[in-house]
Design a protein. Structure first.
Length: 177
């Protein structure tokens, strides 16, 4: 499945063949990505990424979560997807990360916007959450730009590399917002 964003950008559903692009991006940007993404320190070899991608692609139907590569003119730039979905209560969360060289182009903001449409209209969710480390202002600007409402702070909401907890800002958007 593909979701077209504009003439240069698209979201493409994660495939096993994406493992090399994902691993190479992580492996060459460990310091940049690892600051906010705990999985970076656990991703030591290509096989680690292949195992992750395989778990997403081959997840049982009742645990399946849509994950997409973000592509600019078919070049891999990052990942975005739905996570921790609660289908009973029609709630999901969006997670994302992007290669450093594609920062500050509005790519993630456009990608989140399109994924919200997909989650609300195609998947029937009523509520979407985005959580960002309190110190990660770049990431927190994305839900702010897209009209998400700030709900509060989830104290010690994520364990970062180095066994350090960080507080998370919680943002939400409802289908009728």
């Amino acid at each position: 499945m593909k979701i077209k964003i504009d003439s240069e950008l698209e979201l493409r559903q994660l495939e096993l063949s994406d493992s090399v692009d994902i691993f190479n991006t992580i492996n060459t940007q460990r310091e940049y990505l690892g600051k906010w993404l705990p999985f970076v320190s656990l991703t030591k070899k290509l096989e680690d990424t292949e195992n992750f991608v395989n778990s997403v692609v081959n997840a049982p139907k009742d645990n399946f979560e849509y994950t997409f590569t973000i592509r600019k003119q078919n070049e891999f730039v990052g990942l975005i997807g739905l996570k921790d979905s609660d289908r009973t209560n029609k709630i999901t969360e969006i997670g994302y990360w992007i290669s450093e060289k594609f920062q500050k182009e509005g790519i993630v903001t456009k990608s989140v916007d399109k994924l919200c449409v997909f989650a609300f209209e195609d998947q029937g969710f009523n509520r979407i959450q985005i959580k960002c480390a309190v110190e990660n202002k770049v990431s927190a600007n994305i839900p702010k730009r897209l009209g998400f409402k700030f709900e509060g702070i989830e104290r010690d909401g994520e364990l970062l590399t180095g066994n350090v907890f960080t507080d998370l800002e919680v943002y939400s958007k409802l289908k009728n917002d």
